[in-house]
Design a protein around this ligand. Structure first.
Ligand SMILES: Nc1ncnc2c1ncn2[C@@H]1O[C@H](COP(=O)(O)OP(=O)(O)OP(=O)(O)O)[C@@H](O)[C@H]1O
Length: 932
């Protein structure tokens, strides 16, 4: 390449070492600036200084303008050199290192400028460090440039250079000055800040584009990943629904969790370490064969890098061979090229790599999903009560994101980076540093534009997702609530609602789609400009015999090969942050420890009859509001204890403590003298059978649902349990009998059938302690009677705890405990409590519990069944019993009034209601009403 200094006589033999030094500085200076900026910015991000930096610098704008001047001076110098070259017909118009140095400085300071102009509250040392470096290097470069010039070469351009350098130096000093002056005035103002602070929240970042940096911006404004932090966003979002859709809510919660953990951990490195919990699932720890596969995949990737390097080179060789520039045989070269293409194709290395990788990938996916599912099942009630099941399921399915992150970094980013570095080095080596510079500058501009475009499309994308959820919701609501829609004649309304939602979604999708098309167009324009610049340079070199046509072809092929890595890198940050957010949701679950676990080495429960003792039990769900206060009672083996009281009093909570779904806050629960916290949890639950208020069945056959209590039970055992639960005959009438599918959560069964299947399930378990939580609620009289009969079978001889609102169902319990506001206010038998004339008597008087017992049983049988030692649950009141019970209540002065009132009501009903009429929530019939 021609050296203009020779033409100008600037290069002296005596100044050769200085010239060499200057040459290396031209390359080193921008490289140092760039390396320093990237390294310190990475440290600032990794150590969360970008998040904690909260105060805007008062002179940030002035500093940014100083930087603009610095960049402009480099431009001006380049322009002057170009003009001089054009006027004097010299090309290249100056030393290669001088021009590359100026261009690289423009690029390096351009990167610094891009960072500074986008940052709201920047961490300053990366920027100030660059200015500091400029303070040292600029005078050094300027004086060296002067020293290596001969006096006769000090014409106009030299003076221009010196002036530009001087202005630049001044701009650097000004930038530093602004920084320190701004700091000083900020410190002074800080003292008076508190007095001046507005009472209203200021929106200092209103115009700040959050999209530029998901992480830091969110943290600095409305929290990490905030969804409504900019005016742009809020404006754009205002035309959509204000409500947060489930996707946004999950994203926001994950962002908040991420920010919280980041702050706790202090930096990204320790934060990333917490993901090590997934290591055993991602890396096949105990599987040597899979480990070997991973290593081989690594070799495949390296081989692929090498092939990617060889292919463009080989094309160049073929070209030169065809044009006779080298002495190779084009046939052989083409054959070799074909071989390379085959190895690089989907049928070559790629196939091998996939074959090696697929088992590893599926190992990881399977291992994470199973571990997450198992972890969730082993978590305690507090976790399951506080999380929505859809969120948990979403989080479990996020396992894939962990392997996505690793795959993106190890198998895509790393090889692509190697490809790009190799291409850059090879192009610089074969076509000179100008070509190298063009490559790197194009890549930098491409990346900048691509990341900016992705960020700019963020809010449009968010709107699209919101519209998509809205459409989904409207559709789902219409279909699920079809009967309501149809019966209220609102089909037209629903159609309109849906079409509006679809229109809205389509408009927003189009916006996003068009945005992406535009972004791609812009990115490819950048690439095209770079390619054209590179191609012109190569053509110049070919015409000046310093390059071959083969190298030109090689250049074009490398450029084509660089497109996909560049696009990938532009979207890498975004995709990793999305995967990280998803992984965060799973990590949160995986880090949750079950609150109810068996103590280490806890012995199994020694069951000796089923005595249950609550001693000074206090409990709170949230450690703030006391739900149970000082609960004391003992149930002897085989006893039936009923809990009554107002809704929300804490009755079901008592049952949950016994089943150890929660642990007491104070006091203890003992079974046969053993604190349930000291025994094996599994052995405790093995002794307890629960019939909940709303039993949940699996979407499976009745047979399998009942058998769930004892997976080894035979069909005959299941039939027996169902007979005992008085549901067998009904099941037999179903078209598929025991093989009938019950539907999701048992929706295909009626309430009474569902409850009896649940009772059959509990009977099959043969528990020693029975918990019935309003097991006969919401069913008709006849079904209730059947259920009560089934319960008698279940509870016989077992310690039984019943929660009931209908007092008629528990009046024969051995002990009735009245709970009010989490405290036991009364306990005793029905008669004792009626006599005591307290809360229970009051409740009793309010309930008209008159219900006919169809006298199907012969009198003797009835007497026999009365004599049987059963669970003492009343399934009904006989007419005599009813009269005597009411007489008792009537004899109470306090109840006389109440009774008069209730009787009045009952009588009122008697006159004008039919057989199915209910009074005060209890079914009544004319037969009894007459008696009353
Ligand atoms: N998982 C939970 N987390 C927080 N609070 C809860 C939880 N479960 C119940 N509570 C609260 O505890 C109190 C007692 O609830 P509990 O279900 O024991 O009442 P209850 O007497 O059985 O009521 P009901 O007769 O209506 O079933 C209520 O105020 C309820 O809101």
């Amino acid at each position: 390449m021609a050296d203009p200094y020779d033409a100008d006589g600037a290069d002296h033999a005596a100044g050769l070492p200085l010239r060499q030094f200057l040459l290396s500085l031209h390359y080193a200076y921008p490289a140092i600036i760039f390396a320093y900026y990237m390294a310190t910015s990475t440290v600032a991000v990794c150590t969360l200084q970008t998040i904690s930096s909260e105060h805007a610098h008062p002179r940030q704008r002035a500093i940014t303008w100083s930087l603009v001047f610095v960049i402009l001076t480099y431009f001006a110098q380049l322009l002057a050199l170009g003009i001089q070259g054009a006027v004097r017909h010299i090309f290249p118009f100056a030393d290669q290192d001088t021009v590359i140095g100026l261009m690289s400085c423009t690029l390096a300071f351009g990167v610094v400028f891009a960072g500074l102009s986008e940052a709201t509250n920047p961490v300053w040392y990366p920027y100030m460090g660059c200015f500091g470096l400029a303070l040292v290097f600029e005078p050094l470069l300027a004086s060296l440039a002067l020293m290596v010039r001969s006096p006769e070469s000090l014409h106009f351009i030299a003076f221009f250079d010196i002036s530009a350098a001087a202005i630049r130096y001044l701009a650097v000093i000004l930038a530093l000055g602004f920084f320190f002056e701004g700091n000083r005035s900020a410190r002074q103002e800080k003292g008076t800040d508190s007095e001046r602070q507005s009472l209203l929240k200021t929106n200092s970042h209103a115009n700040h584009d959050s999209d530029s940096d998901d992480r830091s911006d969110g943290a600095q404004t409305n929290g990490y990943g905030s969804t409504s932090d900019t005016s742009t966003d809020s404006n754009q979002s205002s035309d959509t629904d204000d409500d947060e859709n489930p996707y946004e809510r999950r994203q926001r919660q994950a962002s908040e969790a991420m920010e919280k953990r980041l702050k706790e951990k202090g930096n990204w490195v320790t934060y990333a370490k917490s993901f090590m919990v997934f290591f055993p699932y991602v890396w096949p720890v105990n599987n040597r064969a899979l480990q070997v596969r991973v290593v081989l995949v690594g070799f495949c990737l390296l081989a692929m890098n090498f092939i990617n390097f060889l292919i463009p080179r080989q094309l160049g060789i073929i070209m030169d061979s065809l044009s006779g520039r080298n002495n190779t045989n084009p046939w052989n070269e083409v054959l070799f090229f074909a071989g390379l293409k085959l190895v690089a194709s989907e049928a070559g290395l790629s196939l091998l790599r996939q074959w090696l990788w697929i088992p590893v990938e599926f190992y990881s996916f399977g291992a994470i999903s199973t571990a997450a599912y198992s972890h969730v099942l082993n978590l305690s009630s507090d976790f399951h009560d506080s999380k929505s099941s859809s969120d948990i399921m979403m989080a479990i399915s996020c396992g894939q994101s962990i392997s996505n992150i690793l795959e993106s970094i190890c198998f895509r980013a790393a090889p692509m980076l190697i490809d790009m570095v190799v291409a850059f080095v090879y192009l610089s080596a074969t076509l000179g540093p100008y070509e190298g510079f063009i490559t790197i500058a194009t890549a930098a501009v491409f990346m900048y534009i691509a990341t900016r475009m992705i960020a700019a499309l963020k809010s449009a994308r968010r709107n699209e997702v919101g519209a998509w959820y809205k459409e989904h919701y409207v559709r789902q609501a219409g279909i699920q609530g079809w009967s309501t829609v149809a019966s209220f004649n609102q089909i037209g309304h629903e159609e309109d609602r849906y079409s509006t939602a679809v229109e809205d979604r389509v408009t927003k999708t189009q916006k996003v789609y068009f945005g992406y098309v535009l972004a791609y167009a812009l990115q490819f324009l950048v690439l095209l400009s770079g390619l054209l610049a590179g191609a012109f340079l190569a053509v110049y070199q070919i015409t000046h015999q310093s390059a071959t046509p083969g190298q030109f072809i090689m250049l074009l092929t490398y450029w084509a090969q660089m497109v996909s890595p560049l696009s990938f890198f532009a979207g890498l940050g975004k995709s990793i942050s999305r995967d990280l957010l998803q992984a965060e949701q799973l990590l949160e679950i995986m880090q949750t420890k079950p609150s109810i676990v068996s103590k280490e080495g806890a012995p199994p429960l020694r069951f000796t009859g089923g005595e249950v003792c609550f001693e000074n039990v206090c409990f709170s769900y949230d450690k703030k509001k006391d739900i149970l206060k000082n609960i004391n009672f003992t149930a002897t083996p085989g006893m039936t204890v009923a809990f009554v009281g107002a809704t929300g009093a804490g009755k079901s909570t008592i049952l949950k403590l016994l089943d150890r779904f929660y642990d007491v806050t104070k006091g203890s629960v003992r079974v046969d003298g053993q604190d349930i916290r000291d025994v094996d949890l599994y052995s405790l639950r093995a002794q307890i059978g629960v019939v909940p208020q709303a039993p949940i069945l699996f979407d499976d056959t009745i047979m399998n649902n009942v058998r769930y209590a004892k997976l080894t039970a035979t069909d005959a055992e299941v039939h027996e349990a169902c007979k005992a639960a008085a549901i067998h005959e009904q099941i037999e009438t179903f078209s598929d009998g025991y093989q009938t599918k019950v539907g999701e959560r048992g929706v295909k069964l009626s309430g009474g059938e569902l409850q009896r299947v649940a009772i059959a399930r509990a009977i099959l378990k043969r528990p020693s302690i029975v918990l019935l939580d309003e097991a006969t609620s919401s069913v008709d009289t006849e079904t209730e009677q059947k259920i009560q009969e089934a319960l008698q079978v279940l509870c016989e001889g077992r310690t039984t705890f019943i929660v009931a609102h209908r007092l008629s169902t528990i009046m024969n319990a051995d002990r009735i405990i009245v709970v009010t506001g989490g405290e036991i206010v009364e306990q005793g038998s029905h008669d004792d409590l009626i006599r005591a004339d307290g809360k229970y008597a009051e409740l009793w008087s309010k309930q008209i519990f008159v219900k006919p017992k169809e006298d199907k049983e012969p009198r003797e049988d009835k007497a026999a069944s009365k004599g049987r030692k059963g669970p003492n649950i009343v399934n009904d009141l006989s007419a005599e019993a009813t009269s005597s019970e009411l007489a008792k209540v009537k004899s109470n002065p306090i109840n006389g009034q109440a009774n008069g009132h209730t009787n009045g009501q009952a009588n009122g009903h008697t006159e004008d209601s039919d057989d199915s009429a209910e009074t005060n929530g209890d079914p009544t019939t004319p037969a009894h009403k007459k008696e009353v």
